[in-house]
Design a protein around this ligand. Sequence first.
Ligand code: ADP
Length: 449
Amino acid sequence: MFEKVLIANRGEIALRIHRACREMGIHTVAVHSTADANAMHVRLADESVCIGPPSSSQSYLNMPAILSAAIITGADAIHPGVGFLSENGNFATMVAEHGMTFIGPDPHHLEIMGDKVAAKDTVRELGIPLVPGSEGALTDDATAIRVADEIGYPVLVKAAAGGGGRGMKVAYSRDQIESALRMARNEARSAFGNDAVYIEKYLGHPRHIEVQVLGDRHGNVVHLGERDCSLQRRHQKILEEGPSPALNAEQREWIGNLAADACRRMGYHSAGTLEFLYEDGQFYFIEMNTRLQVEHPVTEAITGVDIVREQIRVAAGMPLAFEQADVRINGHAIECRINAEDPRTFIPSPGMVKDYHAPGGLDVRVDSGLYGGYRIPPYYDSLVAKLIVRGQSRNECLMRLRRALEEFVIEGITTTIPLHQDLIAAPAFVDGTYDIHWLSRFVAETSAS
Ligand code: ADP
């Protein structure tokens, strides 16, 4: 097992990884920008190294600085967390070239799944259903228009190198396709330096359902059931739950086994997530995330599996600690992403946290680096806390979540806690009938009233 792990990330996820390491008796090295010198992940780590100025490109994305920090401190592995370098095949390769272990999959899998077109080709061959769409990237507009006509409107133009919902545009009819292509290409070029796009049928009322998988280097892959992440705003997840209220046990087993089997045949190891849209009883693969996900605690709450610990164990070459037959879904869990943002306008609200009190009690988990007197820097993602609540049933989970949100005190900044309170009281949420478009309509309606 590793003796020292460098955590190449910040915020609550860096803290999450630190916790897993400590429980395994592994020493931790935090890296931080000058803006994060007082962050909780830095305070709790055994050692810390400042790797650059506030801008992510010069700190958390600065590969030479991170590798130097790992070498100087004698780390034997690097955990990249989520975002930043977590899906960067070059970084994973460089870590290995410097004699350390990248806690994640093979660079080859990062590369395939990072290119959405290559990802689709790969999973198509493994028998996974896809959204009807273009086969391969579309370089010229004439072909793109022909493909859109064939699929039938509405269609979605997506960036091949996309992520975080950027580079996506809907064309509802033929006269919108040219501008959708232009806008998607421009956005993709500036966000990813690559303007290749592809086209998919735009689904009218799908849910976003994703399957968590875990694989080791000995050919074992298990799935840990699904999470429903349909509550999104601008393609960003806001609240996630598991199991999905839309699936029955048979569908759950079918999609879980399909995902695990595909990963086994790919030779995939580490944690991964296959994302699907689900509409009218059909699953359609959209992408695979080859890393830990922000919403992984939902799965941890209902399976009892420590996903980060398993990720570290398999990276060290150990076999998975359990088999598929050992995985039991127990109860229901919901995660609320609490952002330092105005709950109506979503304008970021960084600044000083004057008072902080996290909720507690049975089956209530808070992953957050906040503390009273901490100043949230304005340079990074606005996610500041995740509240994860479990109950024996969905109803018990909802009652407990309502209580926990009431208890949560974060003073000095505005947060999205009131949005979550409104969301979980809405009838479409309570009865579980929402789809991916529901939240935007809900926000628009409640802001107008
Ligand atoms: P990204 O990598 O940018 O997050 P995804 O392909 O994962 O892009 O899609 C993000 C979100 O966009 C999905 O969760 C869903 O809400 C929406 N979306 C993606 N594809 C479609 C589609 N074909 N029809 C309708 N909505 C879609």
